[in-house]
Every structure is written in C-alpha cells, then in structure tokens.
Design a protein around this ligand. Structure first.
Ligand SMILES: *[C@@H]1O[C@H](CO)[C@@H](O)[C@H](O)[C@H]1NC(C)=O
Ligand SMILES: *[C@@H]1O[C@H](CO)[C@@H](O)[C@H](O)[C@H]1NC(C)=O
Ligand SMILES: *[C@@H]1O[C@H](CO)[C@@H](O)[C@H](O)[C@H]1NC(C)=O
Length: 182
C-alpha cells in the first residue's frame, strides 16, 4: 500500500513584496529559557530553525513560552473549530509559518515540519534577494530572518481529518518590505 504524504506550506506574507503587519503594540518580553528546561519538541523546533540560520550566518532564535502558548491556543482552535485548516494570520502581530500534513497519521516530527519549510531554500537567491519565478520563498526567509529573535511553535493532531497542523510564530516578524532577511 502506498502511503502518500501531502504537505502544504503556507505563509502569512506570501511574497517578499507584500507588506508586513504594523509593529506589535507591546510584545511580551520573555526571559530566555535555559535550553535544558525546554520540552523535547520545543528543543527540536528550535534546533531545526537554528541549524538553518547558522548555515547562512544568522544568530539563533530563542524559545518564547509566550509565543508557544499563543500557537498552542491557535492550533487547538483550528483543530476544534476550523476543521484543521490553516489559521488566518492576516492580522497577526507575529510572523507565522504553518504546515498542514495529511496521510501521515497523527504526528509530524518538529524537525520534519521545519524541513518542509526549508525546501524553499533552493529557490531563494541571496545575491539579488529574489525568489525563482513561480515559487515562494517567504516561509524560508522567515525561518532565517535575522531580525526575528523569538520562536514559539505548537502542533495539533486532527484525528477526524487524519492530519496534523503545525504553527510557528516569530517575533519581531520577518518579511519586512524592502528589507533583506540577512
Ligand atoms: C483573514 O482575516 C482578515 C482580517 O483580519 C480578513 O480581511 C480576510 O478576509 C480573512 N481571510 C480569510 C481567508 O478568511
Ligand atoms: C537573480 O540572480 C539569478 C542568478 O544568480 C538570476 O537567475 C535571476 O534572474 C536574478 N533575478 C533578478 C530579479 O535579477
Ligand atoms: C527589525 O525590527 C525593527 C523593530 O523591531 C524594525 O524597525 C526594523 O525595520 C526591522 N528590520 C528588519 C530588517 O526586519
């Protein structure tokens, strides 16, 4: 039996040319958590992001319990009320990456979710800060956006839809018009 996986990456600011949301009024400041105290999934999300950032010389993100709590509320809402669909992040004050994975049972390992976002990397040309024609690079550029310093992520399994939803928030948000990711 063939097990097929369907992965869809989605981005709040779909291209480098679309405006970012206005700056957050009062972002919650969170003291950096000692890595040793992070839950395993959080550490895996963080490591996967920071490895991609290190590859292009960008400083690591730190885990934000506040952002993680916000994504946790949101994925549960999407699971319980929105048939596991992508959240509408248009008005979000944070940068956001989302992944919907179907046919994969109930779990999507954090590293695999981030790996799906990193697939865009090959389409991004840093020399002239452009994305290959017909491609999107904004999910990748958010992952490596230098100015983003905090990360929080959560996942929900959606048994009814046989899918899972992963959401990460970034603060300050990336993909600022006219700026380079790094
Ligand atoms: C998302 O929310 C914005 C307002 O925040 C709204 O204008 C837009 O229509 C919504 N998009 C969808 C697909 O519901
Ligand atoms: C950016 O550079 C690549 C080659 O490095 C080229 O293929 C592409 O057309 C350039 N894009 C723009 C908009 O100049
Ligand atoms: C970095 O964030 C500051 C505010 O926190 C903003 O003014 C600036 O435009 C951002 N720069 C980039 C490259 O994202």
């Amino acid at each position: 039996m063939t097990r097929s996986f369907l992965l869809l990456a989605f981005l709040l600011q779909a291209t480098l040319h679309i405006s970012a949301q206005p700056p957050p009024p009062a972002p919650l400041a969170s003291p950096p958590s000692p890595a040793a105290q992070l839950p395993a999934a959080a550490q895996e999300f963080l490591d996967a992001h920071n490895q991609a950032r290190a590859e292009v010389g960008v400083a690591p993100l730190r885990w934000s319990p506040q952002l993680a709590a916000a994504t946790s509320r949101l994925v549960r809402y999407q699971r319980d009320r929105m048939s596991c669909n992508f959240a509408n992040l248009t008005a979000s004050k944070y940068g956001g990456n989302q992944l919907w994975a179907g046919g994969a049972g109930t779990a999507m390992p954090p590293r695999a979710a981030v790996g799906a976002w990193l697939k865009e990397k090959i389409y991004y040309d840093h020399a002239n800060n452009t994305c290959a024609e017909g491609r999107r690079c904004g999910v990748y550029t958010q992952v490596v956006w230098r100015n983003s310093s905090e990360l929080g992520c959560a996942q929900a399994s959606c048994p009814k839809e046989a899918a899972s939803l992963t959401i990460c928030f970034y603060n300050p948000p990336g993909n600022v018009v006219g700026e380079r990711p790094y």
